[in-house]
Design a protein around this ligand. Structure first.
Ligand SMILES: [Fe+2]
Length: 408
């Protein structure tokens, strides 16, 4: 069966998830840099991220951790109790962001194999699309690897049409059209809600949306993946950082950013660059055993409060040296921001400014045992950048951690 959807997916409409999260277009323009675009000529229209799906060593505890530490809400569940024999899958939400955590239950679960190799990590950057078949037809015509041909699953809440294509490493993009479905997450899942009691004064959520997801790819393969996103998904190149911008004395990387037409989906792609010592990207590739998702940036409208709460909840952030804030050149470059620099210094929050505005950002340490996946908190004020001016300070901070791990 082929579905057709005539409505163009422009930045001028809210997604179901955004509506559910009470977000407005104005907020999204600020939070994630949403832009207007005409999807009618887009061969692969993408509405938004559908979900970020992880395989983890212990989904039960991970789901609890993200509720407790990241303030996320449990939304749906599937497991042995409701028909899934070999895995437990928890669906969590914060604003329009949906994270899915899966763990193997039976010893022969393929999820355990994946976890043995890669550790906790992102297996699927699932995309919400208005027309799965149109996307797959186009992807096939330009030579993409189709992992799952279009198929449908249904229950009493309706029908979801899906397919999947391969991207870097063992990562996939599942394409999801849930326009005819109103159940929790996907057919087979049952609704669940958080039992965690929030402390008094706890905000409704600590982040509102996913801003971008970064992929680390092998040396020499960044341009290949940029071309993949250009050709297969019609993504455009947003920014380009190469060489000195992001090199320290020891480690270096190259990075390019591709984005969907409405900029809801932004994928920076990194590859290691040759330097005196092992780059942070090499460390990732070694410990993840291949290309994969390096960090997920979470958009917040109050980074100070979010960071304070995350820290109080036990999340560790990279340290920023005092010298970063005391540097007159930095003060000159960033100009006026919404809070005194002292407030940022206290918390180690970085600032960057470009011709469009500024952004505040901070990075966590890796959240699992392996030095792989970590998070960024980002508060945008007009800037559509990714913190280019902070790359050097950030890399020096990462190198200090690498050195402690014996991986520099
Ligand atoms: Fe980032």
């Amino acid at each position: 069966m082929t579905t057709t959807h005539d409505t163009p997916t422009t930045g001028g409409a809210l997604t179901e998830d955004e509506l559910k999260a009470d977000l407005t277009l104005d907020q999204l323009r600020q939070l994630v840099g949403l832009v207007e675009y005409d999807a009618s000529s887009d061969p692969f229209p993408v509405t938004a991220m559908d979900a970020i799906c992880f395989v983890v060593g212990n989904a039960t505890q991970t789901a609890t951790f993200y509720q407790l530490a990241f303030g996320m809400e449990l939304e749906a569940y599937r497991g042995p109790e409701n028909g899934l024999r070999d895995a437990k899958v928890f669906v969590l939400r914060s604003g329009s962001a949906r994270f899915v955590f899966a763990g193997g239950v039976t010893p022969d679960s393929p999820l355990l194999e994946h976890h043995r190799k890669h550790g906790d990590g992102v297996v699927d950057l699932a995309l919400e699309v208005p027309d799965v078949d149109r996307c797959i037809d186009h992807a096939r015509s330009v030579g993409a690897t189709i992992l799952d041909e279009p198929y449908e699953i249904s229950d009493e809440h309706g029908v979801v049409r899906m397919a999947a294509i391969a991207t870097y490493g063992e990562t996939r993009h599942t394409l999801v059209d849930r326009s005819r479905y109103d159940g929790p997450y996907l057919p087979g899942f049952e609704a669940r809600s958080t039992v965690v009691e929030r402390r008094e004064g706890h905000p409704k959520r600590l982040f509102q949306a996913v801003d971008h997801c970064v992929g680390n790819v092998e040396l020499g393969r960044m341009d290949e993946w940029v071309t993949f996103y250009n050709k297969v998904m019609g993504f455009t190149n947003m920014a380009e950082f190469i060489g000195d911008d992001i090199a320290t004395d020891y480690s270096a990387l190259m990075s390019k950013v591709v984005a969907s037409g409405n900029h809801r989906v932004k994928f920076p792609l990194n590859e290691p660059a040759i330097a005196k010592k092992k780059s942070q990207i090499d460390e990732y590739l070694e410990f993840y055993d291949g290309a994969g998702c390096q960090h997920i940036a979470l958009a917040t409208n109050d980074i100070l409060r979010s960071v304070d709460i995350l820290r109080a909840n036990g999340i560790a952030f990279l340290d920023t040296p005092d010298s970063y804030y005391d540097d007159p050149a930095l003060r000159e470059r960033i100009g006026e921001v919404r809070v005194p620099i002292e407030e940022l210094k206290q918390r180690g929050i970085l600032v960057d400014r470009d011709e469009d505005g500024y952004l505040l950002q901070i990075f966590t340490k890796p959240v699992g045992d392996r030095p792989t996946v970590f998070y960024e908190l980002i508060e945008r004020h007009g800037s559509l950048g990714f913190g280019k001016g902070n790359f050097k300070a950030l890399f020096q901070a990462i190198e200090r951690e690498q050195e402690l791990r014996g991986n520099l």
